[in-house]
Design a binder for this molecule. Structure first.
Ligand SMILES: Cc1ncc(COP(=O)(O)O)c(C=O)c1O
Length: 390
């Protein structure tokens, strides 16, 4: 198996391929699915091997794998991210959106403000609003084609009713790996306005050469008493459907509160997701992740070069993630027209920028976590669809 092997996922109940016609009007017969953050690669071999041995054993009863599971997570964070995680600080949720929802539910009240840096991963806004909290968008500023934060403006926006700020680190959809200074500035902002800081670091293993991800706890140890960390192997290892994420809470008081809420709802991880986590958080998983990043980096370079060749289109330089954020503003087209060209002419399903909040209006997000041949085909189609601009 190599990353180049084309896998036909159509008709397999895949959200990415089997829902795209309904959502984007792009038929899977001749369309390319480049939306939701789900890769077209088989899960890493350690997962497949572990699943095979589970099947051979054939029993799916209650499990007692708590300690080895925690140890595997601590090992990964220490060796890959230089981050010392207290094994007792780890909670397992039904994926990370559930983790975000649980944190909002536990630590804020209806009507409280929850701050995000927009445009940002769309599920944050959905969960905040569904929970009856107020979404507060602090808009990122594009400077030299990459996102930065403007804390002078954000300070002005705060009303005193905000209770939490959510950071996406690395950033989806802008692909930024935040620097030490930027992370410290976010931490200072949280402190200044007495906010809990939730740092969603699900993309932390998908970082391209030349960039280093710094975990929020390492960047700003002084705000550990207000910190909620979210991680998961789901994006890196093609196991998002196993719905397993970790909420890591270093502060014992916050941790106690969260534990109570988890108990009240009787929430705990499922064994399949936990076995998969243990399998990939291993030396074998690390080798696979390194190979994956190299492959995605190749896709990214190819895609960026093709986009740069189309007048009017601009792809934000990706420092991390397999999600390319492409700006169509300079085409002079309205949203309906550039979207129509991508969906109906190029027959590509890409996420609409509007769903990521304020600032995303002129963008589409393309998932590059797929076989090189598909990326090449997508580039050729985009070139043709916007050919009249050349
Ligand atoms: C920042 C971020 N958090 C969470 C998720 C999804 O997490 P899960 O599928 O575990 O709920 C995504 C998926 O794209 C994401 O980009």
């Amino acid at each position: 198996m190599t990353f180049n092997d084309l896998i036909d996922r159509r008709g397999t109940d895949s959200t990415k391929w089997d829902k795209m016609e309904r959502l984007y009007g792009v038929s899977p017969d001749d369309g390319i699915a480049m939306w939701v953050a789900d890769m077209d690669f088989r899960a890493a071999p350690p997962v497949l091997n572990r699943m095979k041995s589970l099947l051979d054993h054939g029993l799916f009863g209650y499990t007692n794998l708590d300690q080895p599971y925690r140890d595997a997570i601590c090992w990964w964070m220490r060796t890959r991210h230089n981050w010392a995680v207290d094994a007792e600080a780890i909670f397992t949720t039904t994926g990370l959106v559930n983790g975000v929802g649980m944190c909002i539910d536990t630590f804020t009240a209806p009507g409280d403000g929850v701050v995000v840096f927009s445009p940002v991963y769309h599920a944050f806004a959905r969960v905040i609003r569904s929970a009856g909290r107020a979404l507060v968008e602090c808009q990122l500023v594009a400077s030299d084609g990459r996102y930065e934060m403007d804390f002078d403006a954000y300070d002005q926006q705060m009303t005193g009713r905000e209770k939490m700020v959510i950071l996406c680190s690395p950033h989806n959809p802008g692909g930024r790996v935040w620097t030490q200074q930027e992370l410290q500035a976010v931490a200072d902002f949280a402190k200044r306005h007495d906010l809990l800081l939730l740092s969603d670091e699900v993309h932390h293993d998908l970082v391209f050469p030349g960039n280093t991800h710094i975990t929020m706890q390492n960047a700003a140890p002084d705000i550990t008493d207000r910190l909620l960390m979210l991680t998961s192997p789901s994006k890196t290892f093609s196991i998002a459907g196993l719905h397993t994420g970790q909420v890591i809470i270093p502060d014992p008081t916050l941790r106690g509160k969260f534990a109570k809420r988890m108990q009240a709802l009787s929430l705990e991880g499922n064994s399949v997701g936990q076995y998969a986590t243990m399998a990939v958080y291993s030396p074998e998983g690390a080798t696979w992740a390194d190979e994956l990043v190299t492959y995605i980096d190749g896709n990214r370079q190819l895609f960026d070069a093709a986009i740069a060749d189309i007048p009017g289109l601009r792809s934000m330089p990706l420092e991390a993630t397999y999600l390319a954020w492409v700006d169509f503003a300079d085409t002079g087209m309205d949203r309906a027209e550039f979207t129509n060209r991508v969906e109906q002419t190029a027959r590509i399903a890409a996420n609409h920028g509007t769903s990521f909040g304020t600032g995303g209006e002129s963008f589409l997000r393309f998932n590059l976590g797929t076989q090189r041949a598909r990326v090449e085909e997508a580039c050729a189609r985009l070139k043709a669809a916007f050919g009249d601009l050349q």
